[in-house]
Design a protein around this ligand. Structure first.
Ligand code: CTP
Ligand code: MG
Length: 303
């Protein structure tokens, strides 16, 4: 059984707001990419790893790969799984304009594995055990596997709804006398209404919450997501064909499991891990820094 782990690392990290792309931002003195590679190598599930890096960062990503290899060769960490660190082939390719394109670029360089795992560099601290669980589920016959956690927050669906709202901080505006209130929401005009004197209200899109979602049946989906390689290739080919036929409007903000699900394939869940948080905003980095330092304290010899 050969397994390729694809690492999409070609995003810019706009929401994190650093100058360097997110995969090259450091946590506890090492890049998110290096931490991700540590976890994958330690899990011992990968025969090949393909990193998709931003265009001008390909050689920097290769330098990170070399650094991680040196650490494992120097005994800083050891592979706990069936594939020893030195036997893993690690390739860096140039990523694409969005995450799907980055995965496609990596898939093209993946050779012919039986299983493909896709793991975001943004989830740099995913414990190796999650890679084990996902790989085991694919090995036992599931075509698509995702690690999940339960929902914590109450989740509701929001809809944009046009409303008339008072103008902000307009001290000159008299209160609107009863009987002169603007039309009720059901009678709103499509375009802004003309007021004879000073306008007291303005049209705005307001979010209105509609309907409770049953939190008990919702899951937060993480990576690595694991697939029978042929299924993942088919899902990407079908998505590509859809975008070609229907145009850019068919582009979807979805992950690999979402693309596979469109084929009618069942996506199976295994337990995820809170430490597998997706580093998106500056606050996530604070938490990641804390987790990485704590790990360093409790296992000073591990990578
Ligand atoms: N990714 C990628 N290629 C892209 C865009 C994203 O490989 N063109 C990767 C990111 O590097 C990241 C993962 O997909 O590891 C998840 O994306 P996200 O967390 O959104 O990262 P960014 O796109 O970098 O962040 P932002 O959306 O804030 O710019
Ligand atoms: Mg993004």
């Amino acid at each position: 059984m050969s397994t390729c782990v694809i690492v999409p690392a070609a995003g810019s990290g706009t929401r994190l707001g650093h100058t360097e792309p997110k995969a090259f931002v450091q946590v506890d003195g090492r890049t998110l990419l290096a931490h991700s590679l540590d976890a994958i190598i330690t899990s011992g599930v990968a025969t090949t790893i393909v990193v998709a890096a931003p265009e001008v960062f390909v050689s920097l990503a290769e330098a990170e790969v070399a650094e991680v290899r040196r650490r494992f060769a120097g005994g800083a960490g050891s592979g706990k799984g069936r594939v020893p660190p030195e036997a893993i082939e690690i390739i860096v390719v140039q990523g694409g304009a969005d995450r799907v394109e980055s995965v496609e670029a990596a898939l093209a360089a993946a050779g012919d594995p039986d299983t493909v795992l896709v793991h975001d560099a943004a989830r740099a601290l995913t414990p190796p055990s999650v890679f084990d669980r996902v790989t085991a589920a694919v090995s036992s016959g599931a075509e698509a596997v995702v690690p999940v956690l339960p929902m914590i927050d109450t989740v509701r669906r929001a809809e944009e709804s046009p409303r008339w709202i008072p103008l902000d901080n307009d001290a000159d505006v008299e209160p609107v006398p009863p009987g002169e209130q603007p039309d009720s929401p059901g009678e709103q005009p499509d375009s802004p209404r003309e007021y004879p004197d000073t306008p007291r209200e303005q049209p705005a899109d307001v979010e209105v919450l509609r309907g409770d979602l049953d939190r008990g049946s919702l899951r937060r989906v993480q990576t690595p997501q694991g697939f029978a390689a042929e299924t993942l290739r088919r899902a990407h080919a079908s998505y590509r064909a859809e975008v070609r036929t229907l145009g850019e409007a068919a582009r979807a903000a979805t992950d690999d499991a979402g693309l596979v699900e469109r084929l009618g394939v069942d996506v199976v869940a295994v337990p995820g891990d809170e430490e597998s948080l997706k580093i998106t905003y500056p606050l996530d980095l604070v938490l990641a820094e804390h987790i990485a330092r704590e790990r360093g304290r409790s296992h000073p010899d591990s990578v």
